[in-house]
Design a protein around this ligand. Structure first.
Ligand SMILES: *Cc1c(COP(=O)(O)O)cnc(C)c1O
Length: 224
């Protein structure tokens, strides 16, 4: 049964999280698990709220529209590249946009005339294939974005370069936290959130201060 497998996988994740929190003097309640449902079905995704996971994430607008319609009670997170022509339909379905990656997207969201919680995506690993603001440009861009009406800017998001050894990601996560601390001083905004850590590296991300971890394959691989 998928639900038993999911329950076991969640228990394993919880014990890893407990250890990472203990090691870094953090509280489990400071870290939210976002289940990234992009590789699984609506049927499997809809089992999660009953297992205590109500934060679900998608990286493609069309998938988000479909799953958010099927599971409207979940708290939906958008974590991928959002084209400006999909802003109007996507934003009202989401409780947090993790992946604002250009100033033009920030402006398009602002123009909706509602208050939208967002994170800015940072390309800490400096891989060309990845989206996000280069860390160097962020202080200047962030000041302009922070001034846009309708954006409730709550922090930063990044993806570490893939590596077999999660320790290799520690520098990236520490850099994101340092960047957030710097932007906090510059802007006076609380910027509570750091969205970082995926299936391979979430324990290290939590040790480095993640408040939102985005887990896909560790939950959904080889189900069905
Ligand atoms: C797919 C995806 C994840 C989940 O990745 P896993 O390695 O499967 O846990 C997290 N964040 C983003 C932005 C993704 O696109």
């Amino acid at each position: 049964m998928n639900i038993d497998t999911l329950r076991e996988r969640l228990a394993h994740i919880e014990s890893t999280l407990a250890a990472a929190c203990a090691k870094s003097g953090r509280s489990r309640s400071d870290v939210r698990l976002v289940a990234v449902t992009k590789t699984t079905s609506v049927e499997v995704a809809s089992l999660l709220p009953s297992l205590g996971v109500n934060d679900l994430g998608e990286s493609r607008p069309q998938e988000l529209w479909k799953k958010a319609e099927a599971i409207p009670s979940a708290c939906w997170h958008f974590i991928g590249h959002l084209q400006r022509n999909k802003v109007e339909r996507t934003i009202p379905l989401c409780s947090l946009i993790h992946s604002v990656d250009t100033e033009r997207l920030a402006q398009a969201i602002s123009a909706l005339g509602r208050t939208v919680p967002v994170l800015l995506e940072v390309n800490c690993s400096r891989e060309e294939a990845k989206g996000g603001f280069p860390p160097e440009t962020l202080p200047e861009v962030a000041e302009r974005i922070a001034a846009l009406p309708g954006l409730d800017w709550q922090g930063l998001m990044t993806m570490a370069a893939h590596s077999e050894n999660p320790e290799d990601c520690r520098g990236t996560f520490a850099e994101l936290r340092a960047l957030r601390d710097d932007l906090r001083r510059r802007t006076g905004k609380p910027l509570p959130h750091l969205s970082m850590g995926m299936s391979n590296d979430y324990a290290v991300a939590v040790e480095e201060g993640a408040t939102l971890i985005r887990l896909g394959s560790i939950l959904f691989a080889n189900l069905e």
